[in-house]
Design a binder for this molecule. Structure first.
Ligand code: HEC
Ligand code: HEC
Length: 369
């Protein structure tokens, strides 16, 4: 309900700008007026203001406009941001005392499962098919976790089925980003409980990955409204609504069911070309060779070859981990040293259609009719 209000104020501004000075006057009659007639009073149209810089952080702007700072806001300096970036991209950093920190996880980096750049063309939707098209266009991996870009703009984490499925383990992480970081580093990455300074550092880095104004799909009028609201308290609630109405405040998460008939898949018409993208941008990011003879993660080695694909395809009907339907739907249990496991894909991270696309790619590669 808030969006139309913001729009109508924008529309009103536009209307005022568009009105000619002589509005309400008959141009023919104007010249004939005798001097005694009072001139028509026309309100000056608002002078357009400079829009705010494109790289303005939306989360900062909301606080500037009067929203309460979220619990994950913190006073950060460059050194913290650097430490956070190093933990998330490299697994370890330098402690505030100048020592090498312990690795966050022996088996995983955060970036094995999360991108740190934008990955959705439309920030109002979590659509895996649109996301894959965007990944191809921007050469991004297609991963089981939500991108960390925009994490600080969300108001809940590990949503819906994660809460339903894991209950009390996930509830604190659902409500607080700091708890989500704690949970994901200890559980998802099979790492350790991070120290307070490490959580601060990751939070500081994530703050720099917040949505910028240019990420949001806003009209000219909304940009005007937002820029004016900085100095005009009366416009603030509409400006806040315009900003908050331009992105999803959480990343939806619904678990899938394996197909009833694993041999057949979900029964959609699969697209082999899209399936190839999924295999390369998703499966192979972890399972292909690291260049040292081992897979990037874990022990299960896959290539973009008839051999690997034949094995995946042959085993698809099984009720165990050898079936890709099993691992995509349920993931695998952690095992081995260093501990690795496969996270499951929610419907928002890989659609049923995309699973069928993957199967179509396998069939095309193997020449199966
Ligand atoms: C093995 C895969 C994996 C690794 C490694 C991993 N995560 Fe996650 N993470 C997930 C999955 C799956 C979720 C579930 C929610 C989602 O992102 O869809 C998640 C959720 C999150 C969330 C909440 C996202 C949301 O909006 O719901 C944050 C924040 C997060 N992880 C941060 C991290 C950080 C920081 C690290 C590194 C210390 C890390 N993760 C390592 C898989 C992983
Ligand atoms: C985030 C990393 C990651 C991604 C992405 C990923 N996997 Fe996995 N997968 C693993 C890990 C780790 C294991 C555990 C076995 C191991 O140590 O390699 C595993 C296990 C498996 C297994 C079971 C192997 C066995 O012998 O038990 C199959 C099959 C599998 N993955 C297929 C896939 C397919 C198909 C995709 C793409 C849709 C995919 N994986 C995407 C990390 C990943």
């Amino acid at each position: 309900m808030l969006r139309p209000v913001a729009l109508s104020i924008g529309a009103l501004l536009l209307l005022l700008v568009a009105l000619p000075d002589s509005f309400g006057q008959d141009p023919e009659a104007a010249g004939d007026d005798d001097d005694s007639a009072a001139p028509a009073v026309v309100e000056a149209p608002p002078v357009p203001v400079e829009p705010l810089p494109a790289d303005t952080l939306v989360a900062d702007l909301l606080v500037q406009l009067g929203e309460a700072a979220p619990a994950h806001w913190l006073e950060a300096d460059e050194a913290m941001v650097t430490r956070g970036r190093e933990i998330i991209h490299e697994g370890r950093t330098t402690t505030p005392e100048g020592k090498r920190s312990r690795v966050a996880s022996p088996g995983y980096l955060c970036t094995d499962c999360h991108n740190t750049v934008r990955e959705d063309p439309d920030l109002m939707a979590s659509d895996p098919e649109a996301r894959m098209a965007y990944a191809v266009e921007n050469d991004l991996p297609f991963l089981p976790g939500t991108t960390l870009y925009g994490t600080v703009n969300r108001t809940s984490w590990f949503n819906e089925d994660y809460v339903k499925k894991y209950g009390t383990l996930v509830e604190p992480a659902n409500r607080a980003l700091r708890m989500a970081l704690l949970l994901c580093s200890a559980e998802c990455s099979q790492g350790r409980v991070m120290d307070e300074w490490e959580l601060d550092a990751m939070q500081a880095y994530l703050w720099t990955l917040g949505y910028q104004l240019s990420d949001l799909e806003l009209s000219e009028e909304q940009h005007q409204l937002i820029a004016r609201a900085v100095d005009d308290e009366a416009l603030r609630s509409d400006a806040i609504a315009a900003l908050q109405g331009a992105y999803l405040p959480y990343s939806p998460a619904h678990v899938r069911e394996a197909p009833a008939d694993r041999m057949a898949g979900y029964g959609n018409d699969g697209d082999a070309a899209r399936g190839a993208d999924i295999y390369r941008r998703s499966c192979l990011t972890c399972h292909s060779s690291s260049g040292k003879g081992d897979p990037v993660r874990g022990e299960y080695h896959l290539k973009d070859s008839k051999g690997s694909i034949g094995e995946l395809y042959r085993n698809r009907g099984k009720g165990n981990n050898l079936s890709f339907h099993q691992t995509i739907t349920y993931g695998t249990r952690p095992f081995g040293v260093p501990i690795a496991y496969m996270p499951f894909f929610t419907q928002e991270r890989l659609s049923d259609q995309q699973v069928d696309d993957l199967q179509a790619y396998f069939e095309q590669t193997l020449g199966v009719e």
